[in-house]
Design a protein. Structure first.
Length: 280
């Protein structure tokens, strides 16, 4: 497994060639699985600390990495092999050393570790600043926009899109992987999105403000706004529509299209590519 991710990192090393790393990458990385106290209750969170963190007094940039529907704060570690990907990239000097924070996306679902339904009621976005504050109070971080990134898959891509727009002065790097795109007032949509919208409760005020929030976000455009989707993904049409909207508004972004569908194989590839582009 480790050899696979090492090979994957080498094959993708042409993306993001600038290299800036911290020393001591021969030491072991670690993952802390804990909880953070939000205003609506304790929420699970996994924190990846890069090799050398414990032995140094350096401060690190932070990637907030969000899971999809039905997963929890361990999804990117157990299914997405995020630790192996990051270890390989950092050890081979293909990405900068970073802290990665993986929160549970179901903040209100106390006692339900893996809910089966979609959860998009804006509480996640509206409370995300508390997670940033908690992270920066408990770990040595570089605490500015230029050293924060956020990315997520599927439902987590939806949360990424809206969190980055709402907290538009917090993230300079945004990664949206196979994201659900719920229509807002006056915006186009696919038939698939209409089916999902009934579950997503997209009438929340935060989501209705998406157009205005995106305008604010791109007025001071992030360093990287990166969208990825597979050609056979059942949300492919939604991603086409969202990119058309960005094009109409002349909002800058980069797009990566792959083979395959809504799968961990794609999401692991996307993380590998995206991580190499961060904090340049």
């Amino acid at each position: 497994m480790k050899n696979y991710f090492l090979l994957l990192a080498v094959l993708l090393s042409c993306v993001g060639c600038g290299r800036k790393t911290y020393p001591n990458t021969n030491l072991a990385s670690q993952v802390v699985v804990t909880t953070f106290p939000s205003s609506i209750g304790d929420a699970g969170v996994s924190v990846y600390l890069p090799a050398g963190y414990a032995e140094s007094n350096l401060a690190y940039p932070v990637l907030y990495l969000l899971h999809g529907s039905g997963d929890d704060e361990t999804g990117w570690l157990t299914k997405g092999k995020a630790k192996y990907i990051l270890d390989s990239l950092i050890t081979n000097e293909l990405s900068r050393s970073m802290i990665v924070v993986m929160p549970n996306g179901y903040l209100e679902q106390t006692g339900q570790v893996r809910p089966s339904r979609l959860w998009m009621e804006s509480t996640f976005e509206e409370n995300f600043s508390q997670l940033i504050d908690w992270t920066e109070a408990h770990y040595r971080t570089l605490s500015n926009k230029e050293n924060r990134a956020i990315a997520g898959l599927s439902m987590g891509g939806f949360h990424t899109m809206h969190t980055a727009a709402l907290l538009n002065q917090s993230f300079d790097y945004v990664g949206i992987f196979s994201a659900l795109y719920v229509p807002h007032m006056g915006q186009p949509h696919s038939e698939r999105t209409l089916e999902i919208s009934a579950l997503a409760l997209s009438d929340k005020a935060t989501y209705q403000q998406t157009e205005a929030l995106l305008q604010q976000q791109f007025a001071d455009a992030p360093q990287l706004y990166w969208i990825a989707c597979g050609k056979e993904d059942f949300l492919y049409e939604d991603n086409v529509i969202y990119r058309q909207y960005l094009d109409e508004k002349h909002y800058p972004y980069e797009y990566h299209e792959s083979e395959g569908g809504h799968s961990w194989k794609n999401w692991m590839d996307y993380l590998t590519i995206f991580a190499q582009r961060l904090f340049k």
